[in-house]
Design a protein around this ligand. Structure first.
Ligand code: GLA
Length: 355
């Protein structure tokens, strides 16, 4: 069923606006978007399709193709169903910033699995804001929409994420990578190659970023920020970290990851521009080791999947997203990708191809 049909079935009317917002996969640059770094995500073809109509009262109703029933609550109240919280809290933010004074009916179709590290929640928040921009005739830019969507996560959901996901899904187009400076929000688009595929494989291990482990890492980075007196951990030097004798070892490892991951991301963007996929793949492999050993955000099932991906002929492979489960991304020559996929999936029965 398409979005208009679902909307009509659930709410009995036609929507005032329909938008599509893609998911994203991050090629390299993990957990550095709240530490002053540059990141390299790209938009997927998959994503969230959302239909919306403003209401005359203050009620927000949300229906999704993936859940039974309709969640219904006034904007100031808690949504009746937790799956509706991103749409609901985005409506609350829109009211708080003066975009709207009423509620809305919202219909959602999504082919991004939750807990996969593909930014399903950022896509949903951005989609609500883009639909609201359309129905209210406002003129905020996509970058401003990304900033508001981040506020929903940070201030309403309580997830201390950076700005990468919201920028990637609000601004990037499928087929190009977004080389984004998360400090200044300046960005360049780099076309993806035609002869190398970035294959996204779900490990079968699901996780919820709000489950605490993401926040624990963000808190460790906060400790380092206050120790070094800077928010830009990526711009410290390894010597400074080694010299920090009274900083806890685990916190030092987190900072080391930020510094080296940032360097790798800047180099990887140059390799992508130069079409040097051997070097690009090496940066991906080194990134995985750093996430596994220094940032400690991997899990054994993901490590095994990355290992098999490389053994089966990927130029490089790494965990992607917030960590502790979800997906890997692997750079694979297009003409070898079918055989490669068969080999990898044969060894990992719980894993499956996302894109
Ligand atoms: C999640 C967050 C992002 C980013 C990544 C890790 O996707 O939402 O802000 O920190 O994890 O790179």
């Amino acid at each position: 069923m398409n979005i208009e049909a679902i909307f009509a079935q659930k709410f009995g009317t036609e929507p005032q606006a329909c938008v599509f917002v893609p998911g994203r996969v991050n090629l390299i640059g993990e957990h550095i978007d709240y530490n002053g770094g540059r990141v390299l995500p790209h938009a997927l073809h998959r994503g969230v399709t959302l239909a919306l109509s403003l209401r005359s009262d203050d009620v927000v109703r949300v229906a999704s193709d993936r859940f039974e029933g309709v969640s219904e609550a006034r904007t100031a109240d808690e949504p009746t169903d937790s799956w509706a919280k991103y749409a609901h809290y985005t409506m609350r933010l829109a009211k708080d910033i003066g975009w709207i004074s009423s509620g809305a009916d919202i219909g959602i179709i999504s082919n991004l699995s939750d807990g996969a590290g593909l930014s399903s929640s950022a896509a949903l928040c951005v989609a609500v804001l883009k639909a609201l921009r359309e129905v209210t005739g406002r003129s905020e830019s996509d970058v401003e929409i990304a900033q508001f969507a981040r506020r929903v996560e940070n201030d309403y959901i309580g997830m201390p994420c950076g700005i990468m996901d919201q920028m990637a899904v609000a601004v990037a187009k499928p087929g190009e990578a977004l080389f984004l400076d998360t400090g200044s929000l300046d960005y360049d688009s780099i076309p993806l190659p035609e002869d190398v595929s970035f294959m996204v494989i779900h490990s079968g291990v699901h996780r919820e970023l709000a489950d605490g482990r993401y926040k624990q890492r963000a808190d460790e980075c906060l400790e380092a920020k206050s120790y070094f007196g800077t928010d830009d951990l990526c711009h410290l030097t390894l010597d400074q970290v080694e010299g920090a004798v009274d900083l806890a070892e685990n916190v030092k490892r987190r900072v080391r990851h930020c510094i080296t991951e940032h360097e790798r991301t800047v180099q990887a963007a140059s390799h992508l521009r130069a079409r040097d996929f051997v070097r690009f793949g090496e940066s991906m492999n080194a990134s995985h080791v750093s996430m596994r050993d220094d940032f400690e955000m991997s899990v054994p099932a993901i490590d095994r999947l990355v290992e098999s991906a490389v053994e089966a002929g990927a130029l490089g492979a790494r965990l992607t997203g917030g960590g502790f489960g979800g997906c890997i991304v692997a750079a694979v020559p297009v003409d070898a990708s079918e055989v490669w996929l068969g080999k990898v999936l044969a060894q990992h029965p719980d894993a499956f191809l996302v894109e």
